[in-house]
Design a protein around this ligand. Sequence first.
Ligand code: HEC
Ligand code: HEC
Length: 318
Amino acid sequence: MNKTLRALLILITILSGVALVYHYILPKNSANQKSQLIDNTAWIGPTINTDTSLKGVQLEQVQYGQALIAHTSKYLGPNGAVAKITNGMNCQNCHLNAGSQAWGNNYGAVYATYPKYRDRSGTVESIYKRVADCMQRSLNGKAIDSNSKEFTAIHAYIKWLGKDVKKNEKPIGSGIEKLPLLNRAANPENGRVIYIAKCQLCHGKNGQGQMLANKEEYIYPPLWGEHSYNDGAGIYRISNLAGYLKNNMPYLQTSHEKPILSNEACWDLAAFINSRPRPHMNASKDWPDISKKPMDYPFGPYLDSLSEMQHKFGPFKK
Ligand code: HEC
Ligand code: HEC
């Protein structure tokens, strides 16, 4: 009898222990898990090393594609091993972590949303056309051939990156974030002051960046001048540049969750950087339907009567 009572008491102790764990510890844990999920809803690309389904030719293509995005200049830059057709920048300079980083202008949406109609060209664009665009504008160069080993690899890489994204879905944190508009024009002179304080150390007094000693690629890419992106590039619009800066610069010091730059600082920095000299591209065929020109596209003609200056710096409406 005594034994049974003791066994019963032990059982009750164990059970209430289990109940305690359920009531106090597990709920806390699952609350933590939930808040982590809330913070981590932005898309992040898969990693090659941990994807065991990648094999053979596909693995080789994906690896080469990633290398071409991360170290474009080594292959296609002024001293490129494959061809000398771009300005020395890497795709990764603007598409961080080879286009896999949350809020880093990543490629999460590309495979799921292309081919798609784009107002800039007024046509349905393939992935090839979009990549060629960045080569001719952001890398101020020539496009690789659509049937080259290099484009095949970039395509395989972009397809693999987007493998878990549903068709037509644009994951959170892909592309560039749209910042709220200011109620004043962006101010390049304010931007210059912030540039000197927060950016010049890496990107240089004249925005020229810094090459690695072996001249293969930049350690700090140029922001303006003859080796930078041209005025037909998407990032030449200050809304795109401001949105990129907000989540990504100063490099490695900032994040989407804890940005260093205020929205105003981003707009002013973007106005400063995009008012410095850079290569010119003939983009007269862009935006064939002028009613579709973005508010911050700084080349007329326009439907409204605002000047090119106001279309460049604002103040913007809507
Ligand atoms: C100077 C900055 C810069 C560089 C360098 C650059 N890009 Fe881009 N790229 C952009 C911007 C800005 C966009 C437009 C993002 C948006 O509209 O949200 C873009 C868009 C793209 C897109 C479409 C993304 C989407 O979600 O629709 C692809 C694909 C792309 N770039 C590929 C490349 C490749 C490949 C290279 C290298 C050959 C490259 N880019 C180099 C700035 C750059
Ligand atoms: C600690 C060094 C560092 C600082 C400080 C820094 N950057 Fe960068 N920046 C980089 C690096 C490195 C990259 C390229 C990242 C890559 O290739 O992975 C980059 C890329 C960029 C790009 C896109 C590529 C290009 O050349 O156009 C822009 C724009 C940019 N930075 C602007 C800024 C601005 C504005 C600031 C100041 C708010 C700033 N950066 C501060 C290191 C820095």
